[in-house]
Structure formats: structure tokens, C-alpha cells
Design a protein around this ligand. Structure first.
Ligand code: GTP
Length: 363
């Protein structure tokens, strides 16, 4: 159902370097990496649109010039898009302040801020309505995770008021963490110092709390994933293809796999577990691919096995090779008989000779 939020504006933070996703992000910024057949951001844009967002300002920095050719003026998404670039990276808070120059919202209006690397099934409309009803300075989406020791945590009082931003600790006081989607009252954005490097997580939010302003938490347990690491990135693509998270931007029906135009999958190959097969990619007879992202023009030769991995554009995984929990960079060639696993990453263009050898990050 179409939302009735009136003309909500958003800022999308897409300027990070995506270091944890190297080498995938050496040539393509994280928000543009193909995920379930389309650039990652397409899923976020379509979801934001479905909640009534009409205008989005992209806060770009790293590889800034690649965003506008990918999304243009946004008409294809029913959105109006604007691109603002930082001369030097300003951090999350500085980027929001800088991009706000392009907003048309008035001082009391809510503005949605989205991290450009989050897949979330949460109800954005509910979050915005809670923010407006309570006239908060900022309302943060908080997600409840099973293991909060891996994150900083965000405790709230019984009224949902955020009481602190706590660093990572072995004994967290709550399982609620910052989920990377905020509603700011426009005037609060304008109070962030201009042209300075500012972190919302380390400076803006703790500062608002210390000065007694109302910072609210909107907590839920719907689907949520930060695709910042290779394992999480592959999981996100897999979950979208399998239909664990609905996305209006999926280029085909959900199922065991999704194949883009010109992909050639042998009837004697096994492709499953939410694999995305890029345009013109080839999977030969006897190959097995599970839960993976195969980029455009890559080749998986006969008898190779690829599981929970990313194979870059134009890369080749030769006959009989085993690839598990690995990232193969664009145009790399993994010679026959290799075994790559446990997070190993092959840089773009590298050619591993044919041999019976084991590459693993934990051996
Ligand atoms: P890593 O380098 O792997 O940590 O990834 P990242 O660069 O994306 O950093 P992080 O995950 O902490 O960033 C959270 C969000 O803020 C992402 O959507 C980034 O694109 C964005 N971001 C981080 N720093 C900046 C910045 O200086 N400018 C802009 N415009 N966006 C940023």
C-alpha cells in the first residue's frame, strides 16, 4: 500500500571507501556493487519510495562520479535525485550537513537519513510518524541482535528515549544496536558544524543526548543486515534472491537462483541457494554454485564448486577448483585444482596457476 507521508526528503550516505569489501570496492563503490542482479542502492531506493520518499540527496565522496550515470535523475524509480560531493570526506555527520544544502525541507520537517550499505525490512513510515508525534530531535532505528558484543549498543529508557551510545564491550547492557537509518528534524542537521569532519555516532548523537535533546529509539526485530563485509554482502544478495527480504527492485522472481540476460547455465550444472548469475556469465556442465554472487561475464568451468563467494566481473574459475567463503576479483583466473576458502581474497587480474594447493586465510 502506498504510504501517505507527505513529500519526505532523504539523504543517502554513499561516500565511504568500503575498505572491508576490498577488492570488490577498488573499482566500484560499495553502494553500486551488483546485489541480486541490480546495484545495491536500487533496493534501498525502491524501498524508500514505497514509504513515501520523493526526493533523495546522495552524499557522495569516494568514486563520486559513478553514481549519477547509474541512477540519473531518479525518474526510473519515481524519485527526484540530487548529487552532492564532498571535496574531502567529511565523515557521516559532516556529509549529512553538507548534503543538507540541497534539501528543500523547512526547519521543523523530518528528514530521513540512510546509510548506503544497509538492507532493512523495518517500517520507515512508523519510525517517521513516531519522530513527528514526539517532536524528537533525532529518531534512530535500533535493531535487536542475538550477539551485541560485536557492536556498540544503544540503551533506551522505558519511554524509548536513548540514554547513551556505548562502545563495544563483552557485557553489553542491551541487545539493541544502531541500525543506520535516522530521522532528523531539519534544524538539528543545520546545527552540525559546517565543512568539518564529524561523526554522527561519536559526536552528534552523544552531544544531543548530553545537552538534553530528545533522541528516540525505534526498535524492532525485522530483517536487518549491514553488508559491509564480504560474508554479509553475499548473504544480502542470497537473502534477496531467496525472498527472505522483499525488494521492489528485484529484476526477476525469487527462487533458488536469479539469472540476468545472456547468462548461460548448463542443464548439467547445479545452481542454487539464492545465487545471482550476472549477465553473460557461464556455468559449465558439472559445476556447482551455491549461495554466491557471480558477476557479469565470469566463467565457472566444468566440475568447479563455488559456495558463499563472490566471483568478479570477467573472472574465471577453472575446472575442478573449490571456492568457498572467498572473493575472486574482477578478471582474476583461478587455475584448475586450486582450493580457496575461509575468507581468502584474490585481487583483480591475478592469475593463480593450475595446481593442487590450498589457499586459506586461517592456515
Ligand atoms: P568500511 O571502510 O569498510 O568501514 O566501509 P564504509 O566506508 O562504508 O564505512 P561505514 O560502513 O562506517 O559507513 C557507513 C555509511 O556512511 C556508508 O553508507 C558510507 O558510504 C557512509 N560514509 C562513511 N563515511 C563517509 C564520508 O566521509 N562521506 C560520505 N558522504 N559518506 C560516508
Amino acid at each position: 500500500m502506498e504510504s501517505s507521508l507527505p513529500d519526505l526528503e532523504a539523504i543517502l550516505l554513499v561516500g565511504g571507501q568500503g575498505t572491508r569489501l576490498r577488492p570488490l570496492t577498488l573499482g566500484t563503490p560499495k553502494p553500486l556493487l551488483p546485489t541480486a542482479g541490480v546495484p545495491f542502492l536500487a533496493h534501498q531506493l525502491a524501498r524508500a519510495r514505497s514509504f513515501g520518499v520523493r526526493r533523495i540527496v546522495f552524499a557522495t565522496s569516494y568514486k563520486a562520479s559513478m553514481f549519477e550515470p547509474a541512477f540519473g535523475d531518479g525518474a526510473a524509480f519515481g524519485l527526484s535525485l540530487e548529487y552532492i560531493t564532498e571535496e574531502t570526506p567529511l565523515g557521516t555527520g559532516g556529509a549529512i550537513r553538507n548534503a543538507a544544502e540541497a534539501l528543500t525541507s523547512g526547519p521543523d520537517d523530518p528528514v530521513l537519513i540512510l546509510n548506503g550499505d544497509i538492507l532493512s525490512g523495518h517500517d520507515i513510515e512508523h519510525q517517521v510518524r513516531m519522530h513527528c508525534a514526539q517532536q524528537a530531535a533525532v529518531t534512530l532505528h535500533l535493531t535487536e541482535v542475538d550477539d551485541p558484543t560485536r557492536f556498540g549498543c544503544v540503551p533506551t529508557d522505558e519511554n524509548g528515549r536513548v540514554t547513551a551510545f556505548l562502545e563495544k564491550t563483552p557485557n553489553p547492557v542491551t541487545n539493541r544496536i544502531n541500525a543506520g537509518c535516522y530521522v532528523f528534524t531539519r534544524s538539528v542537521i543545520d546545527s552540525i558544524p559546517k565543512d568539518q569532519v564529524v561523526s554522527v555516532e561519536r559526536e552528534t548523537f552523544p552531544g544531543l543526548i548530553a545537552s538534553g535533546q530528545l533522541v528516540l529509539g525505534y526498535a524492532d526485530r525485522t530483517y536487518w543486515l549491514d553488508v559491509g563485509t564480504p560474508a554479509a554482502f553475499v548473504q544480502g544478495s542470497r537473502d534477496l534472491v531467496l525472498g527472505r527480504l522483499q525488494s521492489p527492485a528485484l529484476p526477476g522472481p525469487t527462487g533458488e537462483y536469479l539469472a540476468l540476460d545472456g547468462a548461460r547455465i548448463s542443464p548439467e550444472a547445479k545452481v542454487q541457494g539464492g545465487t545471482a548469475v550476472g549477465a553473460r556469465a557461464v556455468v559449465e556442465a558439472g559445476a556447482t554454485v551455491a549461495g554466491s554472487v557471480l558477476s557479469d561475464d565470469c566463467v565457472i568451468e566444468s566440475g568447479a564448486s563455488v559456495t558463499d563467494s563472490v566471483v568478479g566481473k570477467g573472472a574465471r574459475v577453472c575446472a575442478g577448483t573449490v571456492v568457498r567463503d572467498a572473493v575472486i576479483g574482477d578478471r582474476a583466473v583461478v587455475g584448475a585444482g586450486n582450493e580457496l576458502q575461509n575468507g581468502v581474497r584474490i585481487w583483480p587480474g591475478i592469475e593463480l596457476p593450475e595446481r593442487a594447493m590450498r589457499y586459506s586465510s586461517d592456515v
